[in-house]
Each structure stands twice: as structure tokens, then as C-alpha cells.
Design a protein around this ligand. Structure first.
Ligand code: 13P
Ligand code: SF4
Length: 303
């Protein structure tokens, strides 16, 4: 079956089953093209919380589908490939989190959405890359924040926050791979370009950036920026939307190594099979789901 035919058949099956397809900007282009909602982690969790579709097919990684299942327990949430995990989410275990909490009993725990349901359940509030600073600033009574698991995001927030931030040292391997040297090389080749980076990048890379923001913030920045060339410091899947919405501009990946293998595990065929066979259903046990939902709801109220 051709790609176009498969896209068409998936759209038809989604309609027939009262299902919606949510896709992250790092997904394959052919999946982004047929999504009902394409967005960053925050936009996708907001949509998962409010949709009235009966079935949510999540083209993203496991924690995203899990967050949808936490927020919408009466819907069927399908993750087309179970192996599509997030290595950043795996950088902290519940035991490690409990130890960090014991070490800092007076800290409010702000957890990046890139985490397991169990970790969320033991957190005070969640955040995404687009609202992390807003969430931290909204915690008026908190003096000390334990931010897990992304150390780069935590250090980025700490630079502008009015509170003490204790950073867990997890990182996203896709963003960590980008070096100052890569940025210098790209700037030498494109001296008139601006450089936009995701806050999951290292502090050295972020200090070399003209703009720092989540995937959706980078998209907005690219549209407004009055330049022809932009060097992009995030996963390469974002290039599809950047190029689509700005045909007159040139986007240069800061490093071609910035590819999230787990995001790319999902194919159109997997989405077709998932809908046809109603797999893989993501469910969270109620004793974890209820406290995890509290942390997510608190974030959504602040956002
Ligand atoms: P955002 O979607 O918040 O930009 O985060 C990027 C990411 O790494 C998702 O896994
Ligand atoms: Fe996880 Fe990084 Fe991939 Fe996002 S890009 S899913 S944070 S490994």
C-alpha cells in the first residue's frame, strides 16, 4: 500500500472509531501530516485532558500516552509501539526520588512531564519545557524546589527563578549530544543565522543561544525572527513544521545527531495496527493515577 493510501485509510479508521491521533513534533513527517493535534508536551496533555473522543492514539513516547491515561481514565489510550520510551524519564527511579526527597524534606517537588506515572504520583506538581519557569514562580510559598529529572532544564530555570533549585542530574541524550563546538561550527558556516535551542540542551549550549524555548516556542520564534537562517538546537523532527510554515527561511540542524530514536520507532503501519487491533492500551492503576493526576492538574491550572 502506498504511503498516501495508508494515511487516507488511517484517517478513515480514526473517524469510524471516534478516535483522535495526537502527535508530537518529533514524530516522523508522514505521521505529523495526518495528526488531529500536533503539538509539544503541554499542548498534547491539554488536548488529552479535554477531548471527547473515545480513543486517543498517541504518536509520541510512553510517558505522553501515560499522561493521557492519567488525565482521561475513561478513554482508551493507545501507544502504537510499547518500546517507544523516553531515556530521560528513565534517569530516575522511585527509590532514588524517595532518597532525594528525604535529603531535602523542605523542598517542593517539581517534576518534568518526561517521567513515569509513579514518579509523578510522588510529586507536588508537574511541568513541561514550555511552562517550567511559570510553574516554579507560581509556587509562592515554596523556598526550595527539587526539580527532577532533567538537570539542564532545572539549571536553566534556576538562572531566572527567585528560589533555590536543587537539580536532579538526569538528561535527554538527544539534546545532551549537542556541543558548544557544534554550535560554533554552524555559526561559522552561517554567520548571519540566529541560534534557537531547547532547554534540555547543556548550559554551555544554552548560553550560546539567541533564543531558548520549548518546541512550540521555537516554532513561534522562527515565524517572528527577522532573519533568513536559523540554526535549530532540538530534535530534527521539528524541521518539518519549521520548513512548512516558513518556506522563505532556511533551517539548519545544529547537529544531525539530534534524532530521538524512540520517538521514531512509531511508523504509520504501527498506527494502523494499533487502531485495528486496539493495542497497546496504556492504563495506570488508580492508586498511582489519582496522585499523579493531582500533580498534572496543578500544572494545567497554572498554565
Ligand atoms: P516539549 O514538547 O515540551 O518541547 O519537549 C520536548 C521533548 O523532549 C519531548 O520529549
Ligand atoms: Fe525523551 Fe529526549 Fe526523546 Fe524527548 S527527545 S522523548 S526527552 S529522549
Amino acid at each position: 500500500m502506498s504511503l498516501l493510501m495508508l494515511q487516507k485509510k488511517i484517517r478513515e479508521l480514526l473517524k469510524e472509531k471516534h478516535a483522535i491521533l495526537l502527535a508530537h513534533y518529533y514524530q516522523r513527517n508522514e505521521i505529523q501530516e495526518i495528526a488531529d493535534i500536533l503539538g509539544d508536551s503541554l499542548a498534547l496533555s491539554m488536548e488529552a485532558a479535554k477531548t471527547d473522543a473515545e480513543i486517543i492514539v498517541f504518536a509520541g513516547v510512553h510517558f505522553m500516552a501515560e499522561s493521557a491515561a492519567i488525565l482521561s481514565p475513561n478513554k482508551t489510550v493507545l501507544l502504537p509501539k510499547l518500546e517507544a520510551g523516553c531515556p530521560l524519564a528513565d534517569t530516575i527511579t522511585l527509590e532514588q526520588m524517595q532518597m532525594a526527597k528525604k535529603e531535602h524534606p523542605d523542598a517542593t517537588v517539581v517534576t518534568y512531564i518526561n517521567s513515569s506515572a509513579a514518579i509523578k504520583a510522588h510529586s507536588d506538581v508537574c511541568c513541561t519545557s514550555s511552562n517550567a519557569l511559570t510553574v516554579v514562580n507560581a509556587l509562592k510559598d515554596a523556598k526550595k524546589i527539587l526539580m527532577i529529572p532533567d538537570g539542564n532544564l532545572a539549571r536553566y530555570v534556576a538562572a531566572s527563578a527567585d528560589k533555590e533549585i536543587i537539580a536532579w542530574n538526569g538528561y535527554c541524550p538527544v539534546h545532551q549530544v549537542l556541543t558548544e563546538g557544534d554550535v560554533k561550527q554552524a555559526r561559522t558556516k552561517y554567520p548571519y543565522a540566529l541560534f534557537a535551542a531547547h532547554p534540555e540542551c547543556s548550559p554551555a549550549v544554552l548560553s550560546a543561544a539567541d533564543f531558548v524555548g520549548s518546541t512550540s516556542a521555537i516554532l513561534k520564534y522562527a515565524q517572528k525572527a527577522d532573519v533568513r537562517e536559523i540554526i535549530v538546537g532540538t530534535e530534527m523532527g521539528i524541521l518539518c513544521q519549521l520548513e512548512k510554515h516558513n518556506p522563505q527561511k532556511v533551517f539548519i540542524p545544529a547537529s544531525k545527531k539530534m534524532l530521538c530514536e524512540t520517538m521514531k520507532k512509531i511508523t504509520l503501519n504501527d498506527i494502523w495496527d494499533a487502531l485495528l487491533e486496539m493495542k497497546h492500551v496504556i492504563k495506570v492503576p488508580e492508586d498511582i493515577r489519582i496522585p499523579a493526576k493531582k500533580a498534572l492538574d496543578r500544572m494545567l491550572e497554572i498554565s
